[in-house]
Structure formats: C-alpha cells, structure tokens
Design a protein around this ligand. Structure first.
Ligand code: TEU
Ligand code: CA
Length: 573
C-alpha cells in the first residue's frame, strides 16, 4: 500500500509574479496583484501556490540572482505583502511555497562581494575559486572547459586576484561552495527564516547541482561546434548530493514542509529515487527534464527535433511505473516559466484546435499519478508568442545571449538567423512569460501601464474573463480535472498506472487501477479522426461511465476488440 500524504493529494499553481497582475500601473506584476486574484486561483481547485523568486535581486535572470534572501524586490512589494498573502492563503485552506535558489547567488550578494574582495577573505571559500590553467602557448585559460547555461565558459576571470570563479548560469550568478559548512548553515538559516514566518515549503532551484566533483575535470566533447562543453556529469547529482539533501530533509520534516526539487540533466531513475524515496528523508518530489528534451535537437535547445507520441508514452510510463513500484512520487508538470506553452509545443495552437488541445493536455497530465503543477496561463490555454515576434521583443537572458553569440560567430547567415528566430518562437523561455490575459481591455487587463514584456496579441479571444463566463472553457475543464482527483483519490492519486496503448500510434491510452475501481484515459494527439481498438476488458463485469470529455462523448463501449472512432484531439476519461 502506498503511504498517503497531504502533498500527494494536493495540486500546485505556479505564479510568475512579474507577469501575473500589476496592481499599480508600473507595468510589472506584483504581490498585491496576486492577493487580488486569490478567488480566481482558489476556484480552479488548487491547494498550493508556488511563487517564483520575489526576493531582492538585480534581475539579471528574473530573480534567480538573489542579493538578499529575506528582503523582497521592491517592484513586487514588501515583506508585509508576503505575510498578507500567506495569511490570506491559509484562511482559504491553501498553502504557500517559495523558491529557494541556493546553488548560486547574485554577484551583488554581500557574501560574494566579500568573497571577491580578497583571496584571504573569510568568505573566499563560500564560492568556487580556482587558479587559471595555461595552454601550450602560455595563454591563460579557465580551470576547465565547462559551458555555462547562458553561453560561454562557466568560469569568470577576476583580474584583482588572478583567479576564476564558477558560474553554471550567468556570470552574475556565482555558484556557492557547498563544501564549506558555513554555506550550508547559511542556507539552513534562510529556510528556517521563511518556515518560521509561516510559509509551507520550497521549490528548490537546480538542487541537484549543489555538489560538484572536486577534481573539476574537463567535460567530454558533446558539441563539436564549441570549445565549451556540458560538464553535467561532474556536477549533476554529484558525490555529496544526498548527504546535503538529508540535512535539508531534516529541516523540512520538522515543519512538515512541502518540497519539490528541480533536477535537470539526470534521467536515471535509481539516482532520482534516492532523492524522492518515501523513507529517504530527502525531498517530497522532483522535476525531471526527460519530457522537456523531446524537441531539443543535437545542436542544443535552439535546434529542432521531431518527436513522436510513442516517445511520450515510454517516458511517462517509465516514471509512472518506477515511482509506484519504489515508493517514490512524481511532480507532474508540462509548463513552467522556463518552458514554452504546451498547446503550441505538444498539440495544435491554431484557434480551431486550441481549446481542444489544452483540454487534451490537461487530461493527459491530470490523471497521472503524482502532484499536478499548473503554470499560470496554462489553465487558459495560453499559446507561444506570435510569429511576428522579432528579437527586440525578447527579455530573457538565455535567448538574448544566444542571439548575441550567433551574431559574433555566424555573421551574414540570414537563413540561419531566420531559423533561429523560429526556434525562439517555439522554445524561448519568454513564451511563458507574456502577461496573463485577464480580459479584453487594453494590455489584456494586466496593467494600466506599459507591460515590461509585450502582451500576446490574441488576448481579445483568449482571456480569463471570457473563460470564467463560459462553462465549456479550458479554465472550467481544468477545474473539473482537479475536482475529479479530489473525488477519486484512490484511483487518480494513489492508483497504479498501466500503459494501455504501448504501440507506435498517435493514440495514448492509460489506465489507473485501485481496489476502488479502474479508470481509462484515451487521448488522440492528432488533429484528425483516428480509430482505436479497446485492447482488453478493463471494466469486465462492471459498468463504466465517461466522467470527462473534451467533446461531448456520453458513453463508450469498453469491450475488448471493439473499435472507437476518436475525433481530432479527442480526450476522455
Ligand atoms: O532553471 C534551471 C535549468 O537548468 C533550466 O530550466 C534552464 O533555465 C533552461 O533549461 C535553460 O534552457 C532554473 C530556473 O528555473 C531558471 O529560471 C533559472 O534561470 C536557472 O535555474 C538559474 O537559476
Ligand atoms: Ca506593479
């Protein structure tokens, strides 16, 4: 029997504050805006709100570069606003989860300022400093060939001391040195500060990067076009990760706190199970990235790759089965602030098919075993940026650095530039960061001022006000998904998973089994009719009913061998 837990039966709504709701007309979403929209969030049926970082930050990477872990970025509001939000959520029986970004800080954080001030500073070892290497021509080189996620070497040279510091992300995001006990104590203090204030847990940014291989070896060449290579095998799930996570787990346990770790680069389930096994004392659940890589080509994220529904089937069924059999737990997500919109990515965002697609994907995700995460706007079926977006509209450091590098290394290649812009329109992180479309008024009702990033032009047709008024909308469909999870936890939360359509077709069917009953989810990922044959008698001797459909399918024959004609992008449970 799978052990029960409140966080297994919960669903999470992720809020990217700058793009959610602007309350004072400066064009930037804020905490007051979040507080004003709590009815909207609660009525969706979620239990937990996760806020992306709202702490003091120079905003080189939208708040993932923190310069003060206890103060709030002034445009977002004040510490008192966080208190008010926490209390308002608690009054509604809901919880608040904040982002804990402790693999790195901002270079403006006083710890780094101290660390950089001198090799003899007592903070020197709080970060990762190394002497240069010299090549055969006597040229100074970084300590190794690791690439940074935002381009170039992962090492930045400091003239004053003649040493390099490590930054896996921007050079303004130096990596903390978790080998130093004082760093771990400082993190514990931050965690306790917020938990004592009453928040209910953390989402932990790139938490599997905190323990590095102390030899800092060169990475093997995986990208022949670059001198800088992905070194993940030397820092993702490194030697002391689980020791560090056990320390974190002890603190979380004291508060019965929620935890979800972000774990890119690692798809090895044995390794992941060490972090999320129920009796391991580490984390409740993690975000793996196996689905997120489906459309990333050999030349990296901004190169194309064709993917097949059969790949989706095997990845989903791997994680569903592994977690169930080994007492782990899944974090179920398709969207977040780093990923494109899924109606555009995994289905069809054309107006004719958009709502069907959003409902198909809600059905796909919402009945799997795990804790469901909905990213703001996903409940409205928001889409990727329009096809006329030029580079000046983008704000994201990853996209802009990539573009910059392309200008330097591959000049005068207009075809390449056009292809790359098309890649941004399908994969840039800014696809998820356009403002929430509240209504059909100016700036989609997001702000009375000029939004910090353009509003998507489709807002007159795709907005929250219209969807709240329409019982058949994507918003109400999602609400029904979450309601069904609450109504049938034995099946939808705790039941086992069976892939029913393991074939190569575009139809994804899965069953959930429990002593309380069985459910069957059938999804046609193609925008055309398809015929599907029920492979087994899942409901033999028992009746069945359709509890959810993105058309108006009233019933379905569940006799083995019988064929059903599925409508384009049809989904039913
Ligand atoms: O992201 C970590 C990460 O590895 C990716 O999601 C990455 O941002 C993306 O794939 C680049 O292609 C986390 C945060 O979610 C992200 O917003 C931050 O930029 C990053 O860490 C650094 O803190
Ligand atoms: Ca504002």
């Amino acid at each position: 029997e799978m052990p029960r837990a409140w966080w297994k039966e919960s669903s999470v709504y992720q809020i990217y504050t700058p793009s959610f709701k602007d309350s004072n007309g400066d064009g930037i979403g804020d905490l007051r805006g979040v507080i004003d929209k709590l009815d909207y969030i609660q009525n969706l049926g979620v239990d937990i709100v996760w806020l992306n970082p709202v702490f003091k930050s120079p905003q080189v990477d939208m708040g993932y570069d923190i310069s003060d872990y206890v103060d709030i970025h002034p445009p977002y509001g004040t510490a008192a606003d966080v208190d008010e939000l926490t209390e308002a959520l608690h009054q509604r029986g809901m919880k608040l989860v904040m982002d804990l970004v402790v693999n790195h800080t901002s270079d403006q954080h006083p710890w780094f300022q101290e660390s950089r001030s001198s090799p003899t500073s007592e903070y020197r070892d709080w970060y990762i400093w190394k002497k240069p290497k010299f090549d055969k021509d006597g040229q100074r080189q970084p300590p190794n060939n690791w690439v940074s996620y935002f381009g170039g070497s992962a090492w930045e040279y400091d003239e004053a001391s003649g040493e390099y510091y490590l930054h896996l992300f921007a050079k303004e995001q130096p990596d903390l040195n978790w080998e130093t006990p004082a760093v771990r104590e400082a993190v514990e203090k931050i965690m306790r500060y917020w938990l004592d204030k009453g928040i209910d847990g953390f989402r932990m940014d790139v938490i599997n990067f905190i323990s590095k291989d102390l030899d800092f070896p060169d990475a093997p060449i995986s990208n022949p076009d670059s001198i800088w290579q992905n070194g993940a095998q030397y820092y993702a799930c490194g030697p002391r990760l689980h020791e560090f996570l056990q320390d974190i787990g002890k603190i979380l346990k004291e508060y019965d706190a929620f935890s979800v770790g972000e774990m890119p680069e690692v798809n090895d389930s044995d390794e992941i199970l060490k972090a999320v096994g129920f009796d391991r004392g580490e984390l409740s659940m993690i975000f793996h990235f196996e689905l997120m890589g489906l459309d990333h080509g050999a030349g990296g994220k901004f190169t194309p790759r064709e993917w097949k529904v059969s790949e989706l089937k095997s990845i989903v069924s791997k994680w569903q089965t592994v977690m169930h059999e080994n007492n782990g737990w899944n974090a179920l997500y398709l969207e977040n602030h780093d990923q494109p919109r899924t109606v555009s990515r995994f289905a069809v965002d054309h107006p004719q098919y958009r709502a069907l697609s959003a409902k198909l994907l809600a059905t796909f995700l919402g009945f799997q075993s795990g804790t469901v995460f909905i990213y703001q706007g996903q409940e409205l079926g928001m889409a990727n940026v329009p096809h006329d977006w030029t580079i000046d509209r983008y704000r994201d450091i990853e996209t802009l650095n990539h573009w910059q590098e392309l200008q330097v290394t591959k000049q005068d290649q207009s075809a390449l530039h056009a292809a790359t812009l098309a890649e941004y329109r399908s994969k840039s992180r800014d696809n998820a960061r356009t403002p929430i479309q509240w209504d059909d008024s100016t700036h989609a009702g997001f702000s009375t001022g000029v939004p910090w990033i353009p509003v998507h032009e489709d807002y007159p047709a795709w907005n929250a006000a219209a969807q709240l008024a329409d019982q058949g909308s994507v918003y109400h469909f999602w609400a029904r998904v979450l309601q069904l999870r609450k109504q049938y936890p034995d099946i939808f939360v705790y039941g086992s998973f069976e892939l029913v359509s393991s074939d190569d077709s575009e139809i994804f069917a899965y069953a959930r089994h429990s002593s309380a009953g069985t459910s069957l989810v059938v999804l046609n990922f193609e925008p055309r009719e398809a015929s599907w044959t029920m492979p087994q008698n899942l409901f033999a001797g028992r009746g069945s009913e359709v509890v959810l459909s993105n058309y108006s399918r009233g019933k379905v024959s569940t006799v083995a061998g019988e064929s059903i004609t599925l409508a384009p992008l049809e989904a039913f449970v």
